[in-house]
Design a protein around this ligand. Sequence first.
Ligand code: SAH
Length: 242
Amino acid sequence: MSGGMAAPWRATVLTLYPQMFPGPLGLSLAGEALTRGTWALDLKNIRDHGLGRHRAVDDTPAGGGPGMVLRCDVLAAALDAAVLADDPRPKLLMSPRGQPLTQARVRAFAAGSGVVVVCGRFEGVDERVIEARRLMEVSVGDYVLSGGEIPAMTLLDACVRLLPGVMGQNASGAEESFEGGLLEYPHYTRPREWEGRTIPEVLLSGDHAAIRAWRRAEAERLTRERRLDLMANYPRWSGDGE
Ligand code: SAH
């Protein structure tokens, strides 16, 4: 008995809005993979560990200022109930202060047994629980959203599409943007001519070596034009050869 019975890649999400999930992750590639059991989604409502009759989860910031802060004791109780001490999965906190989410980090998360993701709300989370539970802060970009749920979905979508069998024919994603340190080359499909615009001749030539060279050159051109910062990590550009 081998194949098909492996333990699924498991995402445990701690949130004040579990009803937001699976949301878009329940459709298309990610949704089909969820139904097949390629990955599993455990939702934990932080509110279940709230305090008192009103199940309070937040309080005013020490030192004053606007907004509310998610309490460390409440979040720690939610984490401790959701994750066993020997769970090997990384514990992530979605946070605009975090390490940028990159394709390299996505690959590393997807290669493991899953992730535990905490979705912040309000002004953020009491710093002490980040330290005490060794949460890794991860950002989806240099802008501020109102909660960590959409960032968590972004991270999970990026991971799930890399799990074995999820993407079908494009099994490795090896030619996509960022995978080779470059943005992806342009795509074309039928019709052959549209509003006077044609498909680059080389793509219709059947010459696979020429097509590969054209795509590489286009990927380099686009990356140089749009994201010179990525070029710094690209071997051919920095002169290290291939
Ligand atoms: N006051 C905070 C922002 C709080 S936004 C600050 O200035 O850093 C509320 C929650 O939304 C955060 O706790 C985090 O979980 C989530 N969030 C907002 N923007 C995010 C981003 N760019 N990446 C990841 N999570 C984000």
